[in-house]
Design a protein around this ligand. Sequence first.
Ligand code: HEM
Length: 147
Amino acid sequence: MENTHERADASIAAAPQLSRRHIRLGLWSLAAFVLLGAALEIFHAYKSAFYLDAGHETTRLLLRLAHAHGTLLSLVQIAYGLIVHARPVAASRLASGALLASLVLVPAGFFLGGVFAHGADPGLAIALVPPGAAALIVGLVQAARRI
Ligand code: HEM
């Protein structure tokens, strides 16, 4: 019991740093994934063959999913940072690590799976997506338990 309290106290002490880390990384990654959206826009403008030609539907779908999930998971990081700022008791190293892992694994799996797609088959990196989803669930549940 005492150990649990000590762990919670340590997390609360780390809250300002943890909050800032999530807001900062969330803003940087939001900028990167919005930039990816702008790149997709340019592929449309120039009717890029590798993105729009028949037979490249998997590449287009996966790059679109990388953009959409990257932007939304960046917003999740910013939201978590703001939650921890408002309620330091919600700070948790497990939640923080799991949420950051999901930010890397889910969009990276879609992006690399799209770039290295062979016809209708995504590249092997698509295997990063399920562990990323699991990490997101762990992070959200742990954060919810701390509030
Ligand atoms: C927080 C900001 C953003 C979010 C949450 C977001 C989310 C999404 C989502 C969910 C889709 C998929 C839509 C669908 O398939 O029906 C999408 C597609 C797209 N987004 Fe964004 N987006 C954001 C910002 C931007 C910006 C700033 C640009 C361009 C400068 C952009 C360019 C695109 C393009 C071109 C597509 C379609 C790609 C294709 O189908 O080939 N997005 N976005």
